[in-house]
Design a protein around this ligand. Structure first.
Ligand code: HEM
Length: 563
């Protein structure tokens, strides 16, 4: 043995294996600990074996090579806790692969759809990442009762000074995520009561009028997707900063929108590699990194809002604890407010804008359905004294809701895959939790051995088609065939304790905008060839945690109701 393996090499290998063991057992996140673990073993060897210092670089290389080899072998071995979950080898080796696929073209949903078709309901898409395509698994993992906390990736770059947002507060990073999250969620929930939402109409309705006027006065082609984004962004400004942005007037003069569009892919990438965030932020030039720009932008918004005070009880009022009068009650810290506001901006603007743009796109691809919606709106708004903005009335328009729901089914807005059966794909539900809990949860444990049900059994017929009719109570009469709807698999706003707190507001916003746009204007795509129109639109959809979109070029002409 001695002939083939020197004492030095044996110790290097042992050092590498020990380092891997430490990483695996303790998952250190601090860059300094990493540097120590990389450097200490080879330097200790040099010291203890009285080797020349010039041998240190080679020993370091050998140490790192052993570490990498050990990590790769372990991740592909039957010893890995996810060894029983099928998936392609290149994805199992490292999260780097899925992270690069995500940032590159934002087409992760296509890859994940393919993987589920090939491997079934549960697929390993990273060293510690699993994607589910199963509604029951989603329920088991996210339900109110002992749902799993979110992956560490959610808590990217979290420190005492920069505690994460409401979304990250449900992450496995915290010792008691349910409690940490519930405290924050309680404040957010106050901002979305029916009473609070009625107050928001005071700025939502004027914004809507401005949007309609702006898109109507453009000459020729209008990028409706862009204007919908400006609208949702301005509305978020109203909700959090008492105005603040004026994109419907100035467009993106200050580059705010650009900051968010650059921020989304980066945060998406880092989600898979949480350890990389502090390193990236510490690198020279890190100040100009999209994350830092976005954080500075949010901090400025909070400063301005606090200096200005508020004229209405907006969401900020609750999130910042301005409603707490009892001096003995703890108010949220400044850092908590800043990070929660970031969630509001990202979670509330892009999501709604993409959902509305996708609804308009789908209507344009289906002129008969567009006509049907117009007819429903014309009928509903006909007559003296009808308020077309009345939220109860809008919520009772079945075809309008059918169009929105069908869009959310076909184009999930939020880190869900694009597959039309639209099952919850919970990329990244945390590993240690995952493999500790599986053996104790029969419902989830059995999953990998279940037969993959035929996709078509979830939404029939034509699961791949945008068919609002499937949502109607009299669907069978309208289409002449029975519809199968597996509503458990429809969760565009997520489920469980950390579901979308803004759901009702988002529905209000989408109903209002789609109804008024379609009622007041004839909308036509600039691109005359429907196939080309569809190809261009789908090519530009990018899944970066939230779904980003490209231009939706249309021509708008005022219409008179047909009644
Ligand atoms: C069509 C529009 C929207 C969709 C599809 C949507 C979807 C979602 C989803 C799927 C989640 C869960 C995310 C996760 O588990 O990682 C979520 C969370 C959240 N959403 Fe929305 N959202 C929309 C609009 C809004 C709006 C308008 C707001 C208002 C500010 C909002 C605020 C939030 C917040 C604060 C959370 C975090 C809740 C928590 O962690 O307890 N969303 N949203």
């Amino acid at each position: 043995m001695e002939r083939y393996l020197s004492q030095e090499s044996t110790l290097v290998v042992l050092g590498g294996l020990l380092t891997h063991f430490i990483f695996n057992a303790f998952e250190p996140h601090r860059p300094l600990v990493w540097v120590f673990l990389f450097l200490a073993p080879p330097l200790a060897l040099v010291w203890n074996l009285h080797l020349p210092y010039s041998s240190a670089p080679l020993l370091l290389l050998k140490h790192l090579a052993t570490l990498v080899a050990s990590v790769v072998v372990y991740r592909l071995s039957p010893l890995h806790p996810l060894a029983h979950v099928p998936g392609p080898l290149h994805l199992k080796v490292s999260n780097l692969v899925i992270a690069f696929i995500s940032i590159r073209g934002g087409k992760r949903y296509e890859l994940i759809a393919k993987l589920h078709k090939r491997y079934g309901k549960i697929v390993r898409i990273g060293s510690d990442q699993v994607s589910f395509a199963d509604a029951q698994a989603a329920k088991a993992c996210m339900s109110t009762k002992d749902g799993l906390p979110r992956a560490i990736g959610y808590a990217t770059a979290e420190t005492a000074e920069t505690p994460g947002s409401i979304m990250t507060s449900y992450a496995a990073f915290y010792p008691n995520p349910a409690k940490v999250h519930a405290e924050r969620r309680a404040r957010w929930a106050l901002g979305f009561t029916s009473k609070a939402m009625r107050e928001y109409d005071t700025f939502l309705l004027p914004r809507l009028e401005r949007l309609l006027r702006k898109v109507g006065e453009q000459q020729g082609a209008v990028d409706l997707g862009k204007w919908l984004s400006y609208f949702t962004f301005d509305f978020m400004g109203d909700l959090f900063f008492d105005g603040g942005f004026n994109m419907l007037n100035d467009q993106d003069a200050d580059g705010f929108w650009k900051i968010i569009e650059e921020f989304a892919p980066v945060i998406d990438f880092l989600y898979y590699l949480p350890w990389l965030t502090p390193i990236m932020m510490a690198l020279p030039g890190g100040d100009d990194a999209p994350i830092n720009k976005f954080v500075r932008f949010a901090v400025k918004c909070v400063n301005d809002r606090l200096a200005k005070g508020n004229t209405v009880k907006d969401v900020f009022h609750y999130v910042a604890g301005e409603h707490i009068e009892d001096e003995n009650k703890v108010k949220p810290s400044r850092a908590v407010i800043e990070s929660d506001v970031q969630t509001g901006i990202v979670g509330g603007a892009d999501t709604a804008a993409s959902a509305m743009a996708n609804t308009v796109f789908s209507l344009l691809m289906n002129p008969d359905k567009l006509k049907r919606l117009q007819h429903e709106l014309d009928t509903a708004f006909a007559g003296e004294g009808v308020d077309p903005n009345d939220s109860a009335r809008l919520a009772q328009l079945p075809y309008l809701d059918a169009c929105i729901n069908e869009t959310l089914r076909v184009f999930p807005q939020y880190r869900h895959e694009f597959l039309v059966e639209c099952l919850a794909v919970m990329v990244g539900y945390m590993l240690p939790e995952f493999h500790f809990q599986i053996p104790t949860r029969k419902d989830v444990h059995g999953l990998p051995t279940l037969r993959y049900p035929p996709r078509s059994s979830l939404f029939l017929p034509n699961p791949d088609s945008w068919l609002p009719e499937r949502w109607l109570a009299d669907a069978e009469r309208t289409m002449g065939q029975p519809f199968i709807m597996n509503l458990d698999a429809f969760m565009p706003f997520s489920i469980g304790p950390a579901n979308c707190v803004g759901r009702n507001l988002a529905m209000r916003e989408m109903r209002l905008v789609i109804a008024q746009l379609i009622y007041r204007y004839n909308v036509q795509p600039v691109e005359k060839d429907p196939e080309e129109f569809q190809r261009k639109w789908l090519a530009e959809l990018r899944d970066h945690h939230v779904l980003l979109k490209g231009p939706l070029n249309v021509v708008l002409t005022p219409r008179s109701p047909a009644l």
